[in-house]
Design a protein around this ligand. Structure first.
Ligand SMILES: *[C@@H]1O[C@H](CO)[C@@H](O)[C@H](O)[C@H]1NC(C)=O
Length: 394
């Protein structure tokens, strides 16, 4: 155990070393030497995979270099474990194949430790050619379109200075990941693009999203079952559906969500600001220890919302109660304008009322001068301090 910890620390410092400008010791693998052509037409899947395999299987640190240019790339899985840290140095533009596709992911990193993606490049999912084939807004048994960047079991890694545009579905998604820092990332898709969540995660811990901009058609950030120790800081969201914890309670066997901090974020004309949502189902879990602090909102429809009656489809039992226990949630120094009358809405479960909701200095005005605001609550146990507008229900 101790040996493993020391070994991990050594690898991590090697990784931090190659991520600085002093990259002399790393081997550089240029995708252009693998038959990859940046002509905006040729599918470069095979060349990229061969380049990845050489980078992954070489001893020591490797730089997988994608020079400037526009590369078409079919769906790929970049699999580890690799023999050393890998820097995916993306200065070009990768373009997905146009049209609908029945694969789950476009670019999938799997089982990689010490991955660094950077370089100012763009992952273009070609969403406009596929969004009209999305049927998930209506059909709960739909087959979703591919995710732009999917990370499965990726650990001790960083994603910085890259852009995801027009994903066909979710832009960036994490499953089973640990200690991944996402900084200076830009996510961009139109407000009306369907199901294009910005950054989504489940069964992951230590995911940190910092200094980034997310403008998309669905949640800017969605934190799902089994997430813990999550940080979202200095992120701009809008357009989009806000930063959401959940939805939870949709499936059997969901895990607790624990420890989420959202600080220094701004929201512009989003549907929601900070939202916790759960389905009215019998599936049980706890969602706890959340801090929302130093947040500014501009014309947001539902700035602060807990919705435990979430049911976007019409097939839910209106009498059922959510079995998700929400507790220990703090809202501190949150202000701005709201475009609807209800600025604060806590609709908690009758069976599992929300516990220990704390509000300190929550100050909204209506974006239309002179209109008043209100809070609505059911089944909440909470306290409020300092300045409050609208007047809280507790
Ligand atoms: C991510 O950031 C945290 C906090 O600054 C730091 O402790 C951690 O080592 C970073 N992880 C990586 C993989 O760079």
């Amino acid at each position: 155990m101790a040996f493993q910890a020391v070994f991990a620390a050594v690898l991590l410092s090697t990784f931090l070393f190659i991520s600085s400008s002093l990259a002399q010791s790393a081997r550089t693998i240029n995708v252009r030497n693998y038959g990859v052509v940046p002509d905006g037409r040729t599918d470069n899947e095979k060349g990229f995979l061969r380049a990845w395999n050489d980078a992954c299987n070489g001893n020591g640190a490797s730089i997988l270099y994608v020079p400037k240019g526009e590369y078409v790339l079919g769906p790929v899985v970049f699999s580890g474990p690799c023999k050393g840290p890998i820097m995916f140095l993306m200065t070009g533009v990768l373009k997905a194949l146009p049209g609908p596709s029945d694969v789950s992911n476009w670019i999938n990193f799997r089982n990689v430790n010490l991955l660094l993606i950077k370089g100012g490049g763009t992952f273009d999912g070609q969403g406009p050619s596929a969004w009209r084939f999305n049927n998930c807004a209506k059909d709960p048994n739909c087959k979703p379109l591919p995710i732009n960047l999917k990370f499965d079991s990726v650990t001790n890694s960083r994603i910085e200075f890259v852009k995801s545009v027009n994903s066909k579905q979710t832009h960036i998604s994490f499953h089973g990941c640990e200690n991944v820092n996402i900084t200076n990332v830009e996510v961009l898709a139109p407000a009306e693009s369907p199901n294009t969540d910005g950054i989504k995660m489940g069964r992951s811990s230590g995911i940190r999203i910092l200094n980034s901009r997310i403008s998309t058609g669905d949640d800017c950030v969605a934190i799902l079952s089994g997430s813990s120790n999550i940080e979202v800081s200095n992120v701009h969201c809008g357009p989009g559906h806000g930063i959401s914890i959940g939805s939870l309670g949709k499936y059997q066997g969901e895990l607790n969500v624990q420890g989420v901090t959202v600080t220094g974020c701004t929201f512009s004309q989003t549907d929601n600001g900070v939202r916790i949502k759960s389905w009215a189902s019998q599936f049980q879990a706890t969602a706890s220890n959340f801090l929302f602090q130093d947040i500014v909102m501009d014309r947001v429809l539902n700035p602060i919302i807990i919705d435990q009656t979430y049911c976007p489809h019409t097939t839910c039992d209106q009498e059922a109660s959510s079995h998700i226990q929400i507790r220990d949630v703090t809202y501190r120094n949150i202000r701005g304008t709201t475009s609807s009358e209800v600025a604060v809405s806590f609709e908690c479960s009758k069976k599992f009322p929300c516990k220990n909701i704390v509000m300190t200095d929550v100050n909204f005005v209506h974006s239309r001068r002179g209109l008043s605001l209100k809070s609505t609550c059911s089944n909440v146990n909470g306290r409020s301090f300092g300045l409050q507008s609208p007047r809280p229900c507790f």
